[in-house]
Design a protein around this ligand. Structure first.
Ligand SMILES: *[C@@H]1O[C@H](CO)[C@@H](O)[C@H](O)[C@H]1NC(C)=O
Ligand SMILES: *[C@@H]1O[C@H](CO)[C@@H](O)[C@H](O)[C@H]1NC(C)=O
Length: 226
């Protein structure tokens, strides 16, 4: 027998004593009454009346108490969350320092492939490597003749530093020349806003060393006309 008249006060009571606190009280204990009557909300009023009133009142009281202890807990969590945040940041920075040291190690050992991989990880995590560090890696790429790695580091330098100055450009020119790619060196050289004697010298020497003697002579002539 479903009558809305008998149904609604009980429903209201149940909503007060179970439904509302149920969302606030997260411990299993709070909801034990509710779970003992699964699907209670969908049953008819006869079923509701079988729930001992005492239990409901007790449940409601307990949930109210739990609600207050819950709000206290939220407060203490807010306090501890700052501690947790500080701790997380500290351990994050230790971790970052670890990655940066790893990068240094790879550069010193001339493991440029690994170093570039680490650089990619750092960039994804928005951890900046300073320009001297990037230029060290660029130099290592030149010594290891790792053209692909040099290109990756070059792109990284362009993303991280803008505009580049003559000294930085000159180091990039030297690396490409050491890697045997004068095409890449020329791409950079031709787009330099400013060049000095070192820039020209790096290009001419690079062409000669890469057995591009005629190009070296042409470049020298071009230099004399400047
Ligand atoms: C170029 O930039 C590097 C790194 O920022 C700096 O150390 C160097 O002094 C600069 N050189 C010039 C000529 O500005
Ligand atoms: C070219 O410029 C760089 C950066 O300012 C400098 O280190 C280098 O000595 C200069 N070279 C010459 C020959 O002036």
């Amino acid at each position: 027998m479903r009558s809305s008249l008998t149904f609604s006060p009980i429903l209201l009571f149940l909503l007060r004593s179970f439904k509302y606190p149920r969302r606030l009280c997260s411990q299993p204990d709070d909801t034990s009454n509710y779970h003992q009557n699964p699907g209670a909300e969908n049953r008819n009023s006869r079923d509701f009346q079988q729930i001992p009133n005492e239990v409901n009142v007790d449940g409601a009281r307990r949930c109210r108490e739990q609600y207050f202890s819950y709000s206290n807990e939220i407060h203490s969590r807010m306090v501890t969350s700052q501690v947790v945040k500080d701790f997380t940041e500290a351990s994050q920075s230790i971790q970052n320092n670890g990655i940066l040291e790893e990068l240094d190690g790879f550069i010193k050992e001339g493991k440029v492939k690994e170093a570039v991989e680490v650089l990619g990880v750092l960039e994804k995590q928005c951890i900046a490597v300073d320009l001297p560090g990037l230029l060290n890696l660029m130099q290592a790429c030149g010594e290891a003749k790792g053209l692909e790695e040099a290109k990756a580091v070059h792109e990284h330098i362009v993303r991280a530093t803008n505009p580049l100055n003559v000294s930085t450009y000159n180091k990039i020119l030297k690396t490409y020349s050491q890697c045997g790619s004068m095409d890449d060196a020329f791409n950079v050289f031709n787009n330099m806003e400013q060049r000095n004697l070192t820039s020209w010298d790096t290009m001419i020497t690079g062409l000669a060393k890469n057995d591009l003697r005629e190009d070296a002579v042409d470049c020298f002539s071009r230099f004399k006309r400047t």
